[in-house]
Design a protein around this ligand. Structure first.
Ligand SMILES: Nc1ncnc2c1ncn2[C@@H]1O[C@H](COP(=O)(O)OP(=O)(O)OP(=O)(O)O)[C@@H](O)[C@H]1O
Ligand SMILES: [Mg+2]
Length: 336
């Protein structure tokens, strides 16, 4: 039965600093084997949550279970330490250690025997793509590389759960992409990953579920699709697509509106200058549509346009507007 338990459950988890509640009663449930994004503005309580789950902070109230076992209180610390790898939002690295030494040091702290340590450190350096920098001093690595080394540090004892506080902060776009790939790889290895960020779009692509926090509370949680639907049931059916059609394309709008599962977006771009589209103009016609269904449905739209002799210069599927979801949810909380 324990296998079916969520990786992390909290009930009324709370933490107070003086008079201020940093965390004001958190009910969280993170299924096993998923990437769970903890999203919220500065001061929302993300770091506090992760530190509580890592056993680095005592709750003022409430309870937590890790892998089905109680996780609050000092007597659970040993088990917690084994189950959890924690990467703080910023951590000092020992700059004059070599990369492999750094990991080896922490592996030793966790009591790994020498032979296992060697394999583990080599495996981790490979995982984070730093095998060729193993002999370099940590201080000579780039920030992104140091970040990855910190991630490897959190993994050194092969924990089932990873708690990563703002791992993407300070990384360039490419390093972010690599981080996302690394998180997916870790998920494929069966790990449960909780990752925090104050930017939803940074995480959305990689997260199976998100919890949106604001002022010490969870204001929404679940799969992003479902969150978006809850927030705006009318608008979120189907995927928004931006089309660029070469003239003459006057027939396109009527044609598209007549296709099953396709609707014209009322707030789509008009002609480039904002005026009504001039059929004589050489400019392409830009319109936004919404298409329900998967790849087949999108292919059918393009087929229909082509069959009608309309030339498609661009067919751009839009990612969902995550910041809108995020702001909508946090605003609802403020107004409610
Ligand atoms: N050691 C502390 N002493 C006093 N107050 C604290 C302490 N740590 C956190 N807080 C307060 O708790 C609240 C939540 O802070 P927390 O660091 O958990 O937020 P966060 O969501 O991680 O924010 P950020 O995006 O800025 O990292 C804030 O109001 C903060 O000032
Ligand atoms: Mg924080």
């Amino acid at each position: 039965m324990a296998e079916r338990e969520p990786a992390i459950v909290t009930r009324g988890l709370a933490r107070r600093y003086g008079e201020r509640w940093a965390l004001a009663g958190l009910d969280l449930s993170v299924p096993r084997g998923l990437i769970y994004g903890l999203v919220g503005p500065n001061g929302a309580g993300k770091t506090t949550t992760l530190r509580l789950l890592a056993g680095l902070l005592e709750p003022s109230a409430g309870e937590a279970w890790i892998l089905g076992q109680p996780a609050t209180g000092p007597r659970h610390l040993d088990r917690l330490r084994q189950a959890i790898g924690y990467m703080p939002d910023f951590s000092g690295v020992y700059e004059d250690m070599r990369a492999w030494e750094y990991l080896d040091f922490y592996a030793r702290c966790h009591g790994l025997p020498r032979s296992l340590r060697r394999r583990r450190v080599a495996g981790l350096l490979d995982l984070i793509g730093l095998s060729d920098r193993a002999q370099d001093e940590v201080g000579s690595l780039s920030r992104g590389m140091q970040q990855r080394l910190c991630l490897a540090h959190a993994l050194v004892h092969d924990p089932a759960i990873l708690l990563l506080d703002e791992p993407a902060a300070g990384l360039d776009p490419r390093a972010r992409r690599e981080l996302r790939a690394l998180l997916r790889e870790l998920r494929a290895m069966g790990k449960t990953i909780v990752v925090s960020s104050h930017v939803l779009s940074e995480l959305a692509e990689v997260c199976d579920q998100v919890g949106i926090m604001e002022r010490g509370r969870l204001v929404a949680g679940g799969a992003l699709d479902a969150l978006e639907r809850d927030l705006d049931p009318e608008r979120s059916a189907g995927q928004r697509v931006l089309l660029e059609l070469l003239p003459p394309a006057e027939a396109a709008q009527a044609l598209l509106a007549g296709l099953p599962g396709v609707s014209l977006e009322p707030d789509g771009p008009a002609a480039p200058d904002g005026a009504a589209h001039d059929p004589e103009a050489a400019e392409p016609l830009r319109i936004a549509i919404r298409v329900e269904g998967g790849a087949e449905a999108h292919a059918a739209v393009i087929d229909a346009l082509v069959a009608a002799g309309i030339r498609v210069a661009a067919y751009q599927r839009q990612e969902r507007d995550l910041e809108r979801v995020f702001l909508g949810l946090t605003r609802a909380e403020v107004e409610g």
